[in-house]
Design a protein around this ligand. Structure first.
Ligand code: NDP
Length: 449
């Protein structure tokens, strides 16, 4: 074993010993550490300065109590988290997730990945992430509001336009951002740039809502263009039917692809006539209902109760996982292979398990890691910060054009970096190395070692 390999193995072992109960975090570390060896061989100075170990440890983790009153007058308590992971490139930036599965491991994995994703955008943003184990499902609007206000009463002590700028993620959209923004304003005065993903009425950015989904499809389009192909005419399935999924479907359809399926946590939907996106938006964005109500208007479609969409036998070209972590297991990756899928591009964060990734690799399926492919959301959040600082709103067309260019750059950078360091096309290694190189350089030049 060479020096670098030994260093990396030890580093990973050390994290396993320290955090045996943080499987998601360890998975994100393993995926990352498994790819950076060629970079450290060429740049041993970063190993000598132990930059990687420093990167693994968040600058700080804030964990706090969130008491709130439900509609019956009972006190309920949840736990809130904010991981301020790395500020070498700018203020901490990353979303807030409200989901019962949230714990420190989940927020750490998301925050760790966010460092490299943000670095890949080439914009001045550091890495952070947060959330709560609060379950928004079945809660009234008043309950959501009181929860968001209570969360912000504590979180406001640690954030600010130049310190840490949260945004949305699973369970957090413009409504929740609005309630959090209002509470921050009550306590600190008006500061437009303290949160992104805001409603348009008060300094939200046009195209932020669409950015992650659109950016994902732009990424796939640049990849296909590189092979003298395009997404036009391709058959696509998408998991989830939330913010990322909906706008991935919209852009894929706009560019001429046929999207046949999407899902939610209750099951999966296949419409042989192609997904009716206006109806999905009405069900999920307006009425906040379950996806099976789609069948009332499209009896030709089929709903698979409780079934993961990647478990369905269907002939298609592009899989866009846009729901949650580890939704593609090894078995489901084998099903993707059987279905003849050529590209898996991640709208969600870490939706593919490490074992599934191996299956995709062995079968030469092109794999676009979330770190690169779903960076459009945070990129437009950074553009929202720029608009807030300028006090000038940009047009939809301007933001969208910037987003497309950023996704093109991220694709190109990831491709070229993998060719330079690994000698073959490998977007995982390319994205990890390119993201890491910029942060590592910044850390060293700021005298952090
Ligand atoms: P939303 O809350 O808007 O939507 C999430 C979707 O995924 C819903 O359809 C939800 O179903 C489904 N889902 C969530 N958890 C599960 C589960 N355990 N099993 C099955 N389905 C599930 O979230 P987003 O669209 O914002 O986020 C989706 C993914 O994209 C996440 O991994 C997030 O981290 C990532 N991401 C989001 C960005 C953003 O800008 N929003 C930016 C970059 C990445 P149901 O409706 O039943 O709850």
């Amino acid at each position: 074993m060479n020096n670098v390999k030994e260093y990396l193995v030890k580093l990973e072992e050390n994290q396993r010993e320290k955090y045996p109960n943080q499987p998601e975090y360890l998975q994100a570390v393993a995926e990352f550490v498994g790819t950076v060896e060629p970079f450290l061989v060429k740049h041993p100075e970063f190993m000598e300065k132990n930059i990687l170990e420093m990167l693994l440890i968040p600058e700080r983790i804030i964990e706090f109590r969130i008491p709130w009153m439900d509609d019956k007058g009972a006190w309920r308590i949840n736990t809130g988290y904010r991981v301020q992971y790395n500020s070498a490139l700018g203020p901490y930036k990353g979303g807030m997730r409200f989901h019962p599965t949230v714990n420190q491991s989940v927020i750490k994995f998301l925050g760790f990945e966010q460092i490299f994703k943000n670095s890949l955008t080439s914009l001045p943003i550091g890495g952070g992430k947060g959330g709560s184990d609060f379950d928004p499902k079945g809660k009234s609007d008043g309950e959501i509001m009181r929860f968001c206000q209570s969360l912000m009463r504590e979180l406001q002590k640690y954030i600010g336009p130049n310190e840490d700028v949260p945004a949305g993620d699973i369970g957090v959209g413009a409504r929740e951002i609005g309630y959090m923004f209002g509470e921050y304003k009550r306590l600190n005065g008006y500061q437009a740039g303290v949160l992104t993903g805001k409603p348009l009425a008060y300094w939200g950015s046009l195209a932020r809502k669409e950015a992650t989904g659109y950016g994902l499809v732009y990424f796939v389009e640049h990849l296909l263009n590189d092979c003298n192909d395009s997404i036009k005419g391709k058959k696509v399935l998408v998991s989830g039917s939330g913010n990322v999924a909906i706008y991935a479907i919209e852009k894929a359809q706009e560019l001429g692809a046929s999207v046949y399926g999407c899902s939610d946590s209750s099951g999966s939907l296949i419409d042989p006539d192609g997904i009716d996106l206006d109806l999905i938006k009405d069900i999920k964005e307006v009425k906040r209902e379950r996806i099976n109500t789609y069948l009332e208007q499209h009896p030709n479609a089929k709903f698979y109760e409780g079934k993961n969409i990647w478990d369905i036998e269907f002939d298609y070209d592009v899989a866009l996982p846009c729901a949650t972590q580890n939704e593609i297991s090894k078995e489901l990756a084998n099903q993707l292979v059987k279905n003849g899928v050529a590209i898996v591009a991640e709208g969600a964060n870490m939706p593919t398990s490490l074992e599934a990734l191996e299956v995709l690799k062995e079968n030469k399926i092109i794999y676009c890691p979330g770190k690169a492919a779903n960076a459009g959301g945070v990129a437009v959040s950074a553009l929202e910060m720029a608009q807030n600082a300028q006090r000038l709103p940009w047009t939809f067309e301007k933001v969208d054009a910037e987003l497309n260019q950023i996704m093109k750059n991220i694709y190109e950078t990831s491709r070229q970096t993998s060719l330079e360091y690994v000698g073959e096309f490998d977007l995982v290694a390319g994205a990890n190395i390119a993201g890491f190189a910029r942060v590592a350089e910044a850390m060293v030049s700021q005298g952090l070692v």
